[in-house]
Write a protein that binds this ligand. Structure first.
Ligand code: ADP
Ligand code: MG
Length: 777
């Protein structure tokens, strides 16, 4: 059955050489009960371990059923231990965090026996060793004799051909020893049993054959055996631990140390908590910053007016000498303010340049013109002229252009249609209280302030009869229409050559070129900060202005006005400024009264400014166009600083993550040390190195997932008090928001890092010499 041929095993420790096996040759029968006697340190255990495949011989050969083991690989030894050998140890070596049944099943679990067969065989084995009544107890509730019976059941559960026992009664009282010996004697009837013992009485009483051992050599053999030539062929079934088994083993182990496990998880989760909170905060702050930026920029667009202020020029001329002048004359000089005045040439070329700007930088660009609109409306049963204006209709003004403007309805607010043709500006900043957002150029809206108040003049100018504080149902406003009349239909040329506004408003309203403007909605600003973005009253799209401009630019009155510097209505001579504003109001000037560019955030705004600056490059002073960047004066709380802070905080939290990873490694290492015996037992039962690694990897994976989840839960709980404190300090609500994607990623990171940290000790555990592991106390 088994044959040792010239087996040698030496240990060299320092200068001393121990010959644990010194040329041992012996053969064993297929069925016999062999007792090995000998003084301590004589090499008995070493021989048993070599026979059982737990330890390797230096030279010689071990033949199993005539087959040499010289060429055995690790996997062959693992399978041999699992299939053919059962071990019984002096110190039982029961895995205490597993149930009795699980202990007995372990060998079969490793070789992948199905659950039902496994359970049946385990129960049979337990009944056989006389533990029928005790099999559902915990290992720690058993006496020494009972523990050894469990160990015996574990050894025979898989019905091995060889049973190896190393001083099985060494820790038992004499009565119990007798019982165990009887049991082993019984088992030896079906297999080869080799038992090492200190106790010659027991050996002589039960064994069939006594081998005396001393100094690594066989001194005496009571019943030697010579192996025959050939035995039945010898096949081994490979062992393999499933991931589930590894997880279960580790989970059971962790379960027995709840407190420590929780503390470990908590400590390891601190890094995750830190990173999660930092991310949650920066998330929230970024959102706030984006919101603030967008709000600031929608109220403070980059503006280009016909007359710009050149701030650098203004600075230059305000500098004065420190002392008083000694000159005896007076010098004339343009004032600083006048010098700074710069006339911008807002011609088509510039407009095209502005429109050439990338849509991603500024979706909304509003170009407004001072064009007036000829508006009439059927108010109170009678057609009359109306205006989009908040000017007091009852007050008198002496300024002709203002009078003109008032008469022709320049006023109301203009909002941009974005460059993709959408109402993004209005939708983003204004909420519809009643009605619907405009869909056409001829759709107009009534803007109210935060208190739903509208300027009374706006309504008066629309022809409503209004008393102070009068309340209007939305239905009184939404759906109301105003007629927009072209210059040619509105003005009549008199025989004198002068033009006069007509008076038959009803007829004008019916003309084919007349457009119907409809109030489609009452809208209110969404955010307090953008209040006043559009003045309360009527607002219409810049597209409508462009339409009016295009329609009127070739009208008779515009042509006539262009030809003269006399007012074509009154015949008065006008100065250049008045003449030009007159032409503008009539729709004869293509010069915009302002261009407003709305970038989405500060970064984009800087790019917009760069783009505008590029236009001025290399141009003479008079051809330059100067813009006003109102938002530039607002403190630049850009995301850049926030990003930097986030990186620093994440770095700190990352350090704690690494710290916790190192801690996990240390804890796994401790666990490896603690479970050395268990590793030995698992190996004796046929576990591969990989299986051992798997068990510890599984343990760290459980710890990692646990730490990650715990960390996320704690971080999430922390966001509530953090938000409460922030709300109290800054009136920003819900700043810390944990992004679920971040949460999942962090759990994964925690798991991966923990497994990495625990893998090195796990590998160390797997490499542990099984024989040595079992010697450990
Ligand atoms: P026994 O079981 O008969 O008491 P062992 O087989 O355990 O004896 O040991 C035989 C000899 O080998 C002893 O002298 C022991 O100190 C030595 N020995 C066993 N294992 C090692 C080891 N890993 N390193 C060094 N010496 C060892
Ligand atoms: Mg020993």
């Amino acid at each position: 059955m088994l044959e040792l041929k010239h087996i040698k095993k030496y240990y060299q420790v320092g200068d001393t050489l121990t010959k644990a096996q010194d040329d041992v040759s012996v053969a064993f029968r297929k069925q016999e009960f062999v007792a090995i006697l000998g003084p301590s340190g004589s090499g008995k255990t070493t021989m048993l371990n070599i026979i059982g495949g737990l330890d390797r011989y230096d030279s010689g050969d071990l033949l199993i059923k005539g087959k040499s083991t010289k060429t055995f690989k690790d996997s062959d030894w693992d399978a041999y231990r699992n299939n053919s050998v059962g071990f019984i140890f002096q110190s039982y070596n029961i895995i205490t965090h597993l149930s009795i049944i699980d202990n007995v099943e372990m060998g079969m679990t490793l070789s992948g026996v199905d659950a039902a067969t496994k359970r049946k065989k385990a129960e049979d084995a337990l009944i056989r060793v006389g533990l029928k009544e005790h099999m559902h107890k915990k290992p720690t509730q058993l006496s020494g004799g009972q523990m050894q019976r469990v160990a015996i059941a574990r050894a025979i559960a898989n019905d091995p051909e060889i049973l190896l026992a190393d001083e099985p009664t060494g820790a038992l009282d004499s009565e119990t020893s007798q019982e165990i010996m009887k049991l082993i004697k019984e088992l030896s009837k079906e297999r080869l049993v080799i038992m090492v013992t200190h106790n010659p009485d027991l050996a002589y009483q039960y064994a069939d054959r006594i081998i005396k051992f001393a100094d690594g050599q066989i001194q005496d053999d009571s019943h030697p055996h010579v192996e025959g030539d050939k035995e039945d062929d010898f096949k081994l079934k490979r062992t393999k631990m499933s991931y589930i088994t590894a997880l279960r083993l580790s989970f059971n182990n962790i379960r027995t140390k709840k407190g420590r496990t929780f503390l470990t998880m908590f400590a390891s989760s601190i890094g995750i908590i830190g990173i999660a909170i930092v991310l949650a905060l920066s998330n929230g702050f970024q959102k706030q910053i984006d919101k603030t930026q967008a709000e600031t920029l929608s109220t403070m667009p980059v503006t280009i007016s016909p007359v710009g202020t050149d701030t650098s020029a203004a600075m230059e001329s305000t500098s004065r000498s420190k002392s008083f002048s000694k000159n005896k004359y007076v010098t004339a000089e343009t004032s600083a303010a006048d010098k700074a005045q710069h006339v911008n040439k807002l011609n088509t070329k510039y407009l095209n340049y502005v429109n050439g700007m990338s849509k991603t930088l500024a979706k909304n660009i509003a170009v407004t013109y001072g064009t007036g609109m000829n508006l009439v409306r059927d108010a109170n049963g009678k057609y009359q002229t109306v205006k989009f204006s908040n000017a007091n209709p009852d007050s008198n003004t002496t300024d002709t252009s203002a009078m003109m403007a008032a008469a022709t309805g320049v006023g109301g607010s203009v909002y941009p249609i974005d460059r993709n043709g959408n109402q993004s500006f209005l939708k983003k900043n204004y909420k519809v209280l009643n009605g619907a957002y405009p869909t056409k150029d001829t759709d107009i809206v009534l803007v109210v302030d935060r208190d739903n108040v509208v300027n009374i003049n706006a309504l008066k100018n629309l022809g409503f009869k209004v008393k102070e504080n009068q309340k209007f149902d939305y239905s009184k406003l939404v759906g109301k229409t105003v007629k927009l009349v072209t210059n040619n239909d509105y003005y009549t040329k008199l025989p004198t050559g002068n033009f006069m506004p007509g008076t038959d408003y009803k007829a004008m309203a019916g003309k084919s070129n007349t457009k119907t403007l409809t109030i489609t909605a009452v809208v209110r600003v969404r955010s307090k900060k953008s209040d006043g973005l559009l003045a309360s009253g009527i607002a219409y799209s810049d597209q409508l202005t462009k339409t009016v401009l295009n329609e009127n630019k070739n009208s008779a009155i515009v042509k006539a006005q262009k030809a003269t510097n006399k007012n074509v209505m009154t015949g008065e001579t006008m100065d250049a400024t008045t003449a030009s504003s007159m032409l503008t109001v009539l729709g004869g000037s293509k010069t915009p009264s302002s261009i407003q560019i709305y970038p989405t955030n500060f970064k984009d705004k800087d790019k917009v400014l760069d783009y505008l600056d590029k236009f001025n490059k290399g141009k003479s002073k008079k051809d330059k166009v100067i813009y006003t960047d109102m938002a530039g004066t607002v403190s630049d709380m850009t995301g850049g600083l926030m990003d930097a802070i986030t990186y620093v905080l994440v770095a700190f939290a990352g350090i704690s993550l690494v710290t916790s990873m190192i801690m996990i490694a240390i804890i796994t290492y401790t666990s490896v040390l603690e479970r050395t015996k268990e590793i030995g037992v698992l190996k004796a039962l046929g576990a591969r190195k990989k299986d051992i690694t798997r068990v510890f990897d599984a343990e760290t994976a459980i710890l990692g997932v646990g730490a990650g989840v715990l960390g996320i839960i704690i971080a999430w709980l922390c966001t509530f008090p953090i938000n409460a404190v922030l709300l109290g300090m800054t009136d920003l609500s819900n700043v810390a928001v944990l992004n679920p994607v971040h949460a999942i990623v962090l759990v994964i990171i925690s798991t991966v890092l923990t497994i990495l940290g625990g893998h090195v000790p796990a590998r160390m555990a797997a490499k542990k010499d099984a024989a040595q592991a079992l010697r450990a106390e």
